[in-house]
Design a binder for this molecule. Sequence first.
Ligand code: ARG
Length: 610
Amino acid sequence: MDLRKQCAIIVAYALNELLETKKLQVEKIKTENITLENPPSAEMGDIGIPLFSFAKTLHMAPPMIAKELEKIILENSCDGKYSDYQMPGDFFAVGPYLNIRLNKGLVASGIIEKIENQGVNYGSLNNEEVAPMKGRRVMIEFSSPNTNKPLHLGHLRNDALGESVSRMLRKCGAEVFKVNIINDRGVHICKSMLAYKKFHEEKGDTPESLGIKSDRFVGDCYVEFNNIGRKADGTIIEAEKKAAEEEAQNMLIEWEKGNEEIRCLWKRMNKWAIDGVKKTYERTGISFDKLYYESETYLVGKEIILQGLKDSHFYKEEDGSVWVDLAEINLDKKVLLRKDGTALYMTQDIGTAVSRHNDWNFNNLVYVVGSEQIYHFKVLFYILKKLGYEWANKLFHLSYGMVNLPEGRMKSREGTVVDADDLIDNLRDDVLAEIAEKGRQDAVGDVNEVAEKIALGALHYYLLQVSPTKDMIFNPKESLSFNGNTGPYLQYMGARICSILRKAKEIGLDCTTDKNTLALLSSEEEWALIKLLGELPSVLEKAADSLDPSSVAVYLYEVAKQFSKFYHECPIISAEDKKLATARLTLARCTRTVLQNGMEMILVPFLETM
Ligand code: ARG
C-alpha cells in the first residue's frame, strides 16, 4: 500500500481512539478527512498533518491534539497494534501539526519495486485505480499546415507541443484523438499554382524531374509568385504585381466553381505538398489519427453560415458579403463570406469544428495554434456559441509563442521563415561533424541514425523546455551541447547508464527488489535520487493538466543531474559490498526506466549507445 495512505489511516485511527477516551458521542473521523502536506523543510520530516479542523470536535487545541496523537501512536506501535504493516515512519508533534519522518528503507523499496514492476508503463496513471482523466475524450489539433509551403520552425514547435501533450494526456488515462487541418484551399495555393503555370508547366517540371523534395517545390513556386513584378535591382512594378494578385483571386473563383483544369493542377500540387509534409512528420516522429482537409469542410462551413444568415445570427452587406457583428464581445465586425461568395479562413473553421464533433464526440477540443491567431479563435468560439452548439464552450486555444533563430543564423531561402527540413539537416550535420571529431564513428552503431536522433532530441527538448506561451529563440549550438540543460545531455546520461548495465551483466551482477538489500541505499545522494524517481507520475499528471510539457523537461534534467551526482559519489560495479553493488545497480536501472519513459513524453529519442 501507498505509504502516505498508510499514514493517513494510522492518524485517523488514533484520532478516533482519542474521541473514545474523551467519550464524545460524535461521528467517526474518516481517512479522507486527513490532509497530508509537505513540511517547509527537510528537518521537519516528509509529511505534515494539520490538526486545526479537529479542534472543535475534540474540544482541544491543535498542539494538544498533536501531543496526544504522538503518544497514542507510539504506544500502539509498541503494543504491536499495527502488525498488519510495518510502521511507515516516526510520528511527532510540531506545534499544531503531526509530522512524519518516513522510514527511508520502506519508501525506497516501495518506489523501486513500483518502477521495476511497471517498467515501460511506469509514470502512466493508466495503471492507477482511478486515472485522473479516465473517460475524458480529448481531441487535439496541431500542425495544420497550408499546402503552399513546406513546414517551418514554427511548425516544429507546434508539432512537438501537440504530440507531447497528446502522449501525456493518454498517460493520464484520457482518450486522445489527434487531428490536423490541412488548409489546402484558398488563395495561397492558387498563387503557387499560378507560378507553376507560368514558369514550369510548359517544361513539364515535377519535383522528381528537378530532384527536389515535393513540398519544397510547391514552396519554391510560391516564392516565384511573390517575385512577380520584382526586378533584379529590387524595384517593384506595381501593375504587374497587382495583375498577378487578381489572377490568383480569379483562379480561386474558378476553383470553387469546379473548373476541371484548375482542379486537376490543384490536386497534383496539393499531393506534392502533402506528401512532402508527411515525410517530415515521419522524420520527427509525430502522427495523427485523422487528417481533415479544408477543401472538404469549407462547404459545410458555407452552409452553416447561410443557415445562420436565415436565422439572423449574421447579416448581409449591400455588396452581398456576409458578416457577423462582434459587439457582444467588444470587437468589430467580421466577414464570413466574400461578396463573390468564396469562403474564408473562418468559414472553413466553422465547418471543420462541426464536422469534427459529428465524427468524434469530444469532451474537449484543443487547438494548438500560434499566438498570432488569438483573435481568430476568440471569434470562432463566439460564433459557434452564437449558433447554439452546446459543445462550443469545450473548445480551447492552446496558444504558443513565436520561435526565431539568433540573428544571422541559417537564413532561409525566403529570408524570413526557417525551413524545418533544412534546420534538422543542419543539426544532424553538426552532430556528425562532432562525432567525427571525437573519432567515435565506429563506437555508436549506425552513425547517421544516431546523429539524426541526437538532432531530434536537441530540437524537441529545446522547444519544449520553454513554457508554450513564451516567445523564444532557438539556438542550434546551445541545443546540441552535451553538458547543459539539453536533450543530448539526457541522451548521454541514458546511454551511460545502459553501458553500466551492460558491464554489470558481463560480470554477472544482477538487480534486486529485496527490501533488506535496498535498505542499504541510505546515503544522501541515493535517497535524493530515489525520491526524485518516485515523482514521475505526479510530474506527468501536472504537465498534462496544464498542457505544458516544460516541467517534464525540467524534471528529467534534475534526474539526470542527480544520477550524475550519485554515480560520482557511489561506485556501483566496484562497490566492495556485493549486496550494495546490487542495490545501486537496481537504482541505476530504475533511473534508466524513468529517463526513457519521460524522454518519450517530450519526444527525445532514447539511445543505448552514443
Ligand atoms: N493553416 C493555418 C496557418 O498556417 C493554421 C491552422 C490552425 N488551425 C485552425 N483550425 N484554424 O496559419
